[in-house]
Design a binder for this molecule. Structure first.
Ligand SMILES: [Zn+2]
Length: 368
């Protein structure tokens, strides 16, 4: 690249400015989290903005369980050097406490090939302190959100590489729609049970490491009458399997179809998917209330569809992601945020790590 031309100079100055601004905006203030929890259930409604909740309540009359949580705030979602984020950079921020470039999974924006290390995820932090871990999604297991909690790669479309890192990882359970990379024999070769039906999921026992590769399109309507678990069934079973260790567990749960149906502005299916996600939240909350040592976080990686109130109804204004702040609900740690506080999505990850007992030097952290 020629740095002598005026255009190149402008580009490099603008780039340096964006890096500086992103860095300043991503600085995490000291955490005020004082409680320490045993278990974490970290729930991500992909594409779920504030007005997805408002539209669903207004048009279906449901009361959302997530809105009964004692603490509510919002999270900022912008990517490194950008105004809006994709699920790769958004998931990375929620998983590692670091902003990155759109398209990247669990790597630093200045070192996307991870030549000098990568930021550890909450999953990896939890494993390092002896917790059991799980990832549950209605997306492909190779989707950007589950990948951000289980892999490190410069491209979200590296499906084979993401699957390899997942089956080789110490993560106890990884369940979602089939990524189409590993079949039963190859999965067993990695010491993991391969499951592809609800019946097989229900037969798993606590010491099994598993890889769930369900074949139906995993959302409310299409799995009726098929032997495929709902998001709520997966959440309940995952908690049952993981809750058998003195050190506790970290479980990430993603409701993927709020985003997918928002890209096509399919409001009725989006609302069904949001209610399905809220049902899974109800299951997590039920466990957390009985357990008494569990933090439940509900948030989103970004808003999809720019849903806007026009004076009488909530309507889509876009088929893309927007930069709107997303909801954040907290159960089980009253020092996590102040009521109605707006924090950065990176802080959601950092404060969650603090709640698991991480000191500042433990998280965010570069893997050696
Ligand atoms: Zn999307």
């Amino acid at each position: 690249m020629q740095f002598s031309s005026p255009l190149s100079k402008i580009v490099s100055i603008v780039t340096a400015f964006l890096v500086l601004i992103s860095t300043l905006m991503a600085i995490t203030p000291p955490s005020r989290v004082t409680a320490q929890v045993k278990n974490v259930i970290y729930m991500i409604g992909d594409g779920m903005g504030e007005n997805h909740l408002e539209k669903t309540k207004a048009e279906t009359g449901v009361n959302l369980v997530m809105e009964t949580f004692p603490l509510r705030g919002k999270a900022k979602t912008y990517a490194f050097g950008g105004i809006t984020t994709d699920s790769a950079a958004g998931g990375t921020a929620l998983a590692t406490g670091e902003k990155t470039i759109n398209g990247c999974i669990g790597v630093y924006p200045t070192d996307p090939l991870a030549l000098n290390g990568y930021p550890i995820s909450l999953t990896e932090y939890a494993i390092s302190i002896g917790k059991k871990t799980g990832i549950v999604t209605t997306d492909s297991t190779g989707g950007a959100t589950p990948a951000a909690f289980s892999a490190h790669t410069s491209s979200r479309s590296s499906n084979d590489e993401i699957a390899r890192q997942q089956v080789e990882s110490a993560i106890d359970l990884i369940w979602g729609k089939s990524a189409g990379v590993y079949d039963e024999p190859t999965t067993q070769g990695y010491g993991r049970k391969y499951i592809s039906t609800l019946s097989q999921m229900n037969e798993l026992t606590a010491n099994d490491k598993s890889y769930g590769q369900f074949t139906s399109d995993m959302w409310a309507e299409s799995i009726i009458a098929s032997d495929t678990p709902t998001l709520t069934q997966m959440t309940v079973k995952a908690i049952e399997l993981l809750d058998n260790d003195e050190e506790g567990f970290f479980l990430m749960v993603e409701g993927a179809h709020i985003d997918k149906h928002s890209h096509s502005n399919n409001a009725s299916d989006m609302m069904l998917s949001l209610i399905e996600f809220d049902n899974a939240i109800a299951a997590a909350l039920d466990f957390a209330e009985r357990d008494g040592e569990t933090l439940v976080i509900v948030t989103a990686d970004h808003e999809t569809g720019k849903i806007t109130f026009n004076g009488s109804t909530y309507e889509y204004e876009s088929t893309s992601h927007s930069s709107a702040d997303v909801p954040l609900f907290v159960f089980g740690c009253n020092s996590f945020i102040n009521q109605d506080e707006v924090i950065n999505n990176t802080q959601v990850a950092v404060f969650t790590a603090r709640a698991m007992g991480a000191a500042p030097e433990d998280f965010p952290k570069k893997a050696a």
